[in-house]
Design a protein around this ligand. Structure first.
Ligand code: RIB
Ligand code: CA
Length: 323
């Protein structure tokens, strides 16, 4: 089982990532980051989620309250004032750890071989860990993120929320030398959930499945209202599923960096996939004969295609396994 640290900002879809990671990975700890909501609330939501699935053995370490440089932007219109509105849950009995989340990341990576990092919120804690101990770059096996996009944004026409919240952190991470696997909005828009999926969660009927139904019911409503989309995307769960079952996602290597200065493009993940477009104006990046990279050498891989049916089978199976 892969040893993983999950850095997140629960967040409805982060809660799904926690449920998948706790069941299928050796989840060494959860670190939290201000993003969807305040650090206090996202930390409470992480504790609540672990209590729902009976995994209070997994420690939660609060990280940074906000970005390295920018002012924190939150998303109450999607996640509510609590950061996880919808499910009615008691205040958590478990407490967060006293150690700072970034210290936990650094100390764990420096003392444990083959750690994978999975980040489903702004990348502040990951960047801060690299700043505090640059040696982690050579020790971490992989960094999987939900964030960015090979194509369009969601928070702005060009920027995805997690990257938009802390572009300086994202720039540091993509240019650090870490092996980054980017699960962007271009991928997670292939993971649409609707009422039929909520009904299936209810049919499964476990506590975790009913929690999943409550989360999805709320997220579906706010996504349809605010993003005018025909359903809701379990963005962060896609990144977690990628770590668990790599075959669920097809990806391609490319150079990725982050725009910091653009008036209209700040927070954009600038992806160079010119070598994937072949000689034809094809958009099927996975099936067009690749050419030699023309720009800078690839420093990451970007997710392009999701096996949605396979993803849902993994999710349903996981919710059934939680008693
Ligand atoms: O853009 C989607 C991302 O922003 C997800 O991680 C969601 O939880 C929000 O943080
Ligand atoms: Ca998130």
């Amino acid at each position: 089982m892969k040893k993983v640290i999950l850095d997140c900002d629960p967040g409805h879809d982060d809660a799904f990532a926690i449920m998948l990671a706790a069941q299928h990975l050796d989840l060494l700890g959860v670190t939290t980051i201000g993003g969807n909501c305040s650090l206090k609330n996202v930390t409470t939501n992480a504790l609540k989620t672990l209590e729902v699935i009976g995994r209070t053995d997994i420690p939660v370490y609060p990280g940074n309250p906000g970005p390295l440089v920018a002012k924190l932007v939150t998303a109450p219109q999607f996640h509510g004032e609590s950061g996880m509105d919808g499910p009615v849950l008691p205040d958590p009995v478990t407490k967060p750890q006293k150690k700072h989340g970034v210290d936990f990341i650094v100390e764990t990576v420096m003392s444990t071989d083959h750690v994978t990092l999975l980040a489903t919120g702004p990348l502040t804690n990951i960047a801060d860990a690299i700043i505090r101990e640059p040696k982690i770059v050579d020790r971490v096996d992989d960094l999987y993120i939900m964030g960015g996009s090979v194509t369009y944004g969601n928070w702005t026409p060009t920027a995805e929320f997690n990257i938009f919240v802390d572009p300086e952190a994202a720039y540091k991470v993509f240019n650090s030398g870490l092996r980054v696997h980017m699960c962007g909005i271009n991928l997670t828009r292939q993971c649409f959930l609707h009422q039929e999926h909520i009904d299936e969660f209810r049919r499964i009927g476990t506590k975790a499945a009913n929690f999943a139904a409550d989360l999805t019911e709320y997220f579906l409503k706010t996504t349809e209202e605010n993003a005018c989309l025909p359903g809701c995307n379990l963005h962060d769960a896609c990144a977690a599923a990628w770590v668990i079952c790599p075959d669920l996602i097809q990806a391609a290597p490319m150079h990725i960096t982050v725009e910091l200065k653009g008036e209209f493009t700040r927070g954009m993940t600038v992806c160079d996939y010119r070598h994937l477009r072949g000689s034809e104006p094809a958009v099927d990046l996975l099936r067009t004969p690749a050419m030699e990279p023309r720009g800078e050498e690839p420093n990451a891989e970007a997710a392009l295609e999701l096996d949605f049916e396979g993803f849902m089978q993994l999710l349903y199976g996981t919710l059934k396994e939680y008693k």
